[in-house]
Write a protein that binds this ligand. Structure first.
Ligand code: FEO
Ligand code: CA
Ligand code: CA
Ligand code: CA
Length: 488
């Protein structure tokens, strides 16, 4: 902890150069422990899923050496090449795919200088595209979702966040294609899903009050008067930036029962031109009544509702995080190649009166991707306690290989950017991923001595499974995996 504090506002490492090596490159003095890779037994006979994304560390008894790790498994993609033969019956393919997405709860421990998965853990759990879940909020039971209260499974779990009561919010992002292929009702996906990692028998909840779109993440905080506020990005070209404000106040003594706050509240969308949060609520925005009969319909068709009230289209609003030092809100705009925005930006929003529930805000461009700054396509964000921003990049490997726009940046990585001090806004590279991978879902232990990171889609340009384009981490086929990094 002390070592890290001394480094406030300066990178606590010697920056690395861009790398095209097929490995996870770290600065000198840092070590990496592979905790779990695709297909590994998570300690109860279940297997770790594919394409890891969000990681959230939950301490056990406040420990930074023993806890639960939630990991998202976003999608299959090229992984299909390694999961089954082309002539496998379609139904069997779907079953394999559905098992390999969703999320994992694993129990992990640092002992003898190494992070390891705890075998036989009573917490170990797989959540898949077939785990039954409950709908909460205005769309529950509405005709627009087929009148149901329960739905089957979660998938397309991209990023997410943690609640104030130690549960995870896992966000359903690009669900359309798989929902169609698997014959699912697509109004049952595209939600924010809450999972309690400490209770393996708990039923996950899909909170419809937070809207339905390509949810990237959910960053939770409190307003000045103690209401819950959740900021959310919608990762698509020309989509919008949202926040949810609960009706009632957070009560710490109620613990996990506070989850009811996520079913009753107002969803807002950002109009950047006017610096205004526009409510997506039939009563507060009567214009919505021309198109929607129920609040459930508004929420299922969030994007249409947002457009109606004059939301500002953005260049792929992905991860959002709140700076713990001043409460300002940072939003990654990854890129929008349709507009010639190849390298993206990071916006910083300041709410009126520094109140997260404010109706108005101002914003500035905090950092711009490109040659000058040394990073491109910001995606996942993470703040440390000192208010420094850690930024994962997501240059899609298809684009990287096709033209030379991204040649300079080499493999995707993880960057450090101070938000205060003399070097504020400057990016320093901390890690570089294996070939064609994206680094995702970073999270620190509370003592900030361990950083967890997921390596997603290594070797995703592979065409022939016998000749993969990455061999990370074991030297054979590429496997998405979660790694613990120490040395801070
Ligand atoms: Fe799944 Fe927005 O990345
Ligand atoms: Ca992402
Ligand atoms: Ca994040
Ligand atoms: Ca991404």
């Amino acid at each position: 902890t002390d070592a890290f504090k001394k480094m406030a506002h300066r990178p606590p490492f010697r920056p690395i150069s861009p790398s095209d090596q097929d490995k996870l490159v770290l600065p000198k003095g840092f070590r990496q422990d592979l905790i779990a890779a695709w297909g590994d037994d998570i300690g109860n006979g279940e297997k770790f899923g594919y394409n890891c994304d969000l990681t959230v560390y939950f301490p056990i008894n406040g420990s930074s050496k023993h806890g639960l790790l939630w990991v998202n498994h976003e999608y299959i993609g090229t992984g299909a090449l390694f999961m089954y033969d082309a002539d496998t019956p379609e139904a069997e393919k779907h079953a394999i795919e559905q098992y390999n997405v969703g999320g994992s709860v694993i129990e992990i421990k640092l002992s003898d200088g190494k992070w390891r998965l705890v075998k036989g853990s009573r917490y170990a759990r797989r959540i898949t595209a077939n785990t039954m879940m409950e709908l909460t909020g205005p769309a529950r039971g509405d005709a627009v979702v087929g009148g149901v209260h329960k739905v089957k499974g979660t998938f397309a779990n991209c990023s997410g966040g943690r609640t104030l009561w130690d549960t995870v919010l896992t966000c359903e992002e690009n669900f359309e294609e798989d929902a169609k292929r698997w014959g699912r009702n697509d109004t049952h996906y595209g939600w924010v899903v809450e999972v309690d990692p400490f209770d393996p028998s708990s039923t996950p909840q899909k909170h419809t009050a937070l809207g339905r779109f390509s949810h990237e993440n959910a960053a939770m905080t409190l307003s000045k008067d103690g209401r819950l506020v959740v900021y959310m990005g919608d990762d698509s070209n020309d989509q919008y930036f949202y926040k949810y404000v609960s009706k009632k106040k957070y009560q710490p003594s109620r613990g996990k029962d506070n989850r009811y706050l996520l079913s009753e509240g107002t969803l807002y969308v950002a109009n950047l031109a006017d610096g205004k949060w526009m409510p997506l609520d039939l009563e507060q925005s009567p214009a919505l009544k021309a198109k929607f009969k129920t609040q459930g319909e508004v929420l299922v068709h969030t994007r249409d509702a947002a457009k109606l009230v004059g939301a500002t289209p953005l260049d792929r609003p992905e991860d959002v995080e709140i700076n713990p030092r001043d409460g300002s809100v940072y939003l990654a705009l990854t890129n929008n190649t349709n507009h010639g925005n190849f390298h993206g930006q990071i916006l910083r929003l300041i709410e009126d009166g520094d109140d997260a529930a404010a109706k108005r805000f101002v914003f500035e461009v905090f950092a711009v991707g490109g040659r000058q700054s040394g990073f491109s396509c910001p995606d996942n964000l993470l703040f440390d306690k000192q208010g420094n921003l850690w930024v994962c990049t997501d240059i899609s490997s298809g684009k990287m290989n096709k033209d030379n726009t991204y040649e300079l940046f080499k493999n995707n990585g993880l960057f450090f950017i101070a938000t205060q001090g003399r070097q504020a806004g400057e990016a320093f590279q901390f890690a570089s991923g294996p070939r064609e991978a994206e680094m995702t879902g970073p999270d620190f232990t509370p003592d900030q001595r361990t950083l967890f990171i997921a390596v997603q889609h290594p070797g995703e340009e592979t065409k022939d499974p016998k000749n993969p384009t990455s061999h990370w981490p074991y030297g054979d086929i590429p496997r998405p995996a979660v790694v613990a990094i120490r040395g801070f």
